[in-house]
Design a protein around this ligand. Structure first.
Ligand SMILES: Cc1ncc(COP(=O)(O)O)c(C=O)c1O
Length: 371
């Protein structure tokens, strides 16, 4: 017996998260240079110069523990979002907030509902605390939102044992979203013994699509928790800062299980300063929104089907040769994301990069199709 076998059952049977392939790993493995990573829905324009300057300045004080209450960042977020400071929970990435929700609201005997093809972290956080994940079938290929969340099925899956329901809007890896009216009807129909987690990691990329700002519903639905991140539109994925906005009593519970210093001092400073540079984010978002239309159009012209997306990425139907295509793209120095771990073996997820990076992907894809 290995000492690892002593881990609790629910952890031993857990499938770990599969991250995108790092650039250095591809360099090491294939000796490829000039690599483009379109695998983790990062923002290719990076952080605002304001954030970089603030992080540099914060380094000198790195010997001090961070402000565990995140005072400055929470106050800036509260003012920006029009909520009270005690509604905000800061996380080491929004992933951390998802962990805190599971820690605080789930345990063996309780259930959490999420859709097939929903973000891979939901089953992990649910299973890690010994709760039961209940997966509802996604919308079918004939739907206007193929592979998207079936909110009616999710509602029907709620039982007296359900304590949390996870809705990613838009969802990763599909990019699909729920029209605002449908989503409101769903949230309204969820009984009060269930916490509704509305994961808005890609909220900023709405770009005119019918994407609800869940924070404006918090006053109507006290059981709602909206989760957002600095990792995507704000270009700070490596810094690890996200947040939840909820009823103060929910935030108080998340705070009980939160590590006292879960967000570093450099991260707090960088995220707070990033909020001062709206123009930087708007530029990155408008390029991503324009590129998702252009790249989808060009793929369609090549006969490659894509799923409707409201994120900074496209889920493309690569067919039975998806793994072969993924590997050929690697050899061409382009890292995309296979999604076989989502039971979508015929698809690849491609993050929208700069115009030049997307052109490189498109030209490599064209080559693959004629090879
Ligand atoms: C839907 C969704 N939620 C949450 C996250 C977690 O992001 P982070 O922990 O970097 O905030 C991601 C990351 O890809 C995501 O796609």
């Amino acid at each position: 017996m290995n000492p690892g076998d002593l881990a609790v059952d629910c952890v031993r049977s857990l499938s770990p998260y599969v991250p995108g392939k790092p650039i250095e790993e591809l360099e090491r493995e294939l000796g490829v240079k000039n690599i483009v990573k379109l695998a983790s829905n990062e923002n290719p324009f990076g952080p605002s110069p304001c954030a970089i300057a603030a992080m540099h300045a914060a380094l000198a004080d790195a010997w001090l523990y961070p402000d565990g209450s995140g005072h400055q960042l929470k106050h800036k977020l509260a003012a920006r979002l029009g909520v009270a400071v005690d509604q905000i929970t800061l996380g080491n990435g929004s992933n951390d907030v998802l962990v805190l929700i599971a820690d605080a609201f789930l345990q063996p005997g309780l259930e959490a509902v999420y859709s097939q093809y929903a973000f891979a972290v939901y089953p992990i956080v649910v299973q890690a605390v010994g709760a039961q994940g209940v997966v509802t079938p996604a919308l079918g290929a004939e739907s206007a939102m193929p592979l998207g969340h079936d909110l009616d099925a999710m509602r029907r899956a709620i039982t007296p044992q359900t304590r949390v329901v996870f809705v990613a809007n838009p969802n990763n890896p599909t990019g699909t979203w729920a029209p605002a009216d449908d989503l409101r009807r769903f949230v309204k129909s969820v009984p009060p013994h269930v916490i509704v987690v509305l994961d808005e990691a890609y909220f900023e990329y709405a770009g005119g699509l019918d994407i609800q700002n869940g924070i404006s519903w918090l006053a109507d639905f006290p059981n709602l928790v909206v989760v957002r991140t600095f990792s995507k539109a704000w270009g700070l994925a490596g810094l690890r800062v996200g947040y939840g906005v909820s009823h103060p009593s929910v935030a108080a519970m998340l705070n009980r299980v939160r590590q006292a210093f879960n967000v570093s001092s450099v991260a707090l400073a960088g995220a707070a300063a990033a909020l001062d540079d709206e123009a930087h984010v708007s530029k990155a978002v408008s390029i991503a929104v324009a590129e998702r239309q252009r790249v989808a159009r060009e793929l369609c012209a090549l006969g490659t089907r894509t799923i409707p997306t409201a994120g900074n990425f496209l889920l493309i139907h690569a067919g039975p040769g998806a793994t072969r295509h993924f590997e050929a793209l690697l050899r061409a120095g382009i890292i995309v994301r296979p999604v076989a771990n989502y039971q979508l073996p015929e698809y690849l997820r491609v993050t929208l990069g700069t115009v030049e990076q997307n052109d490189r992907f498109l030209s490599a894809w064209r080559q693959l199709l004629i090879a």
